[in-house]
Design a protein around this ligand. Structure first.
Ligand SMILES: Cc1cc2nc3c(=O)[nH]c(=O)nc-3n(C[C@H](O)[C@H](O)[C@H](O)COP(=O)(O)OP(=O)(O)OC[C@H]3O[C@@H](n4cnc5c(N)ncnc54)[C@H](O)[C@@H]3O)c2cc1C
Ligand code: FES
Length: 280
């Protein structure tokens, strides 16, 4: 977005979707008040934006929509002051947004390769953006097989349930959903933690790249599985969520060693992470 990077543009809440049984995860669809701002907001899956509410503050969130979609989507968990105020907004409210910031998933490097997507909990947001992007009929043939292992604590905690159900029956993506504990629902069918289910799925590492996003504990147990499956450390790509303030490499709030997650990341290869202190 050109101009002053600290200056938010005005966005209007078009739609709010409650995603989970606990009702602490909501997806917000935003339109731009100024149509020119929509044009200027050119983003790539994996990037993030800051939402700001006058009198409350601002916070970073991964962009959950794909560039081809009309509205900019964020899926937000209610955890503290800012996110609680956000959750109380009604459709029609105008707030601020700045970005898009950060790098993205390596979409060019992924071309011609199989793509293995591994995610847990509500970190699935930017991977939803990536899946919608990859499944676009205009570019689906540019990528190989798409395998996705996505898990949550229970069926009620899985995001984007309608889309997941559609993807489950799509020949364009091999989707494996899992939950820590099967409930009374017949869906999904697999009980197990994401790294264990990944082990059972055994995706081939041949000419493949793995995209990983999830809580630190999931990352810790997923990396060894991918390495065992023969994924090279530079073919494992992970998106990190460090605390941030400015989002543009100025304040030093988000550094790990000599890298600023807001500017150099949030997407890193496992090879890069190996040379950084394990602060993520
Ligand atoms: C690049 C990036 C992308 C993100 N994407 C999303 C997203 O798509 N959806 C989403 O819900 N959240 C996302 N987050 C986290 C989100 O920014 C925080 O949850 C939010 O700032 C909390 O603000 P708050 O005022 O409500 O809570 P606070 O009062 O600031 O904190 C409440 C609790 O949340 C914890 N917390 C705050 N920030 C983070 C963080 N960055 N990582 C882990 N724990 C944190 C605090 O330790 C505390 O326990 C992202 C963060 C980053 C840096
Ligand atoms: S958040 Fe300020 S340098 Fe990254």
């Amino acid at each position: 977005m050109p101009g002053n990077p600290y200056l938010p543009v005005s966005v209007k809440v078009e739609k709010i979707t409650v995603e989970n049984d606990a009702k602490d995860l909501k997806t917000f669809d935003f339109s731009f008040v100024e149509p020119a701002a929509r044009k200027a907001f050119e983003f790539i899956p994996g990037q993030f934006g800051f939402l700001s509410i006058m009198g409350t503050g601002e916070a970073p969130f991964g962009i959950a929509s794909a560039p081809s979609e009309e509205f900019i989507k964020y899926t937000v968990k209610r955890v503290g002051g800012f996110t609680t105020t956000l959750h109380e907004l009604e459709p029609g409210t105008v707030i601020g947004m700045r970005g898009p910031w950060g790098n993205s998933y390596p979409l060019d490097l992924m071309q011609g390769k199989d793509v293995v997507i591994v995610s847990g909990g509500f970190s699935f947001t930017t991977l939803r953006s990536t899946i919608v992007y990859l499944l676009d009929p205009k570019r689906r043939k540019s990528y190989g097989k798409i395998t996705c292992v996505y898990g949550a604590r229970s069926a009620g905690e899985l995001l984007y349930k309608e889309e997941l159900k559609a993807w489950e029956s799509s020949p364009d993506i091999d989707l494996h959903l899992c939950v820590d504990k099967l409930g009374a629902d017949a869906w999904p069918k697999t009980e197990g933690l994401v790294p264990n289910v990944l082990k059972q799925v055994v995706p081939s590492a041949k000419n493949a790249i793995a995209l990983v996003c999830g809580p630190p504990i999931m990352l810790k147990f997923t990396f060894p599985v991918l390495l065992e499956l023969d994924f090279a450390p530079e073919m494992i790509v992970v998106s990190l969520e460090m605390r941030m303030k400015c989002g543009i490499g100025k304040c030093g709030r988000c550094n790990i060693g000599n890298t600023y997650v807001c500017k150099d990341g949030p997407v890193y290869t496992y090879r890069q992470l190996q040379s950084l202190p394990a602060e993520y």
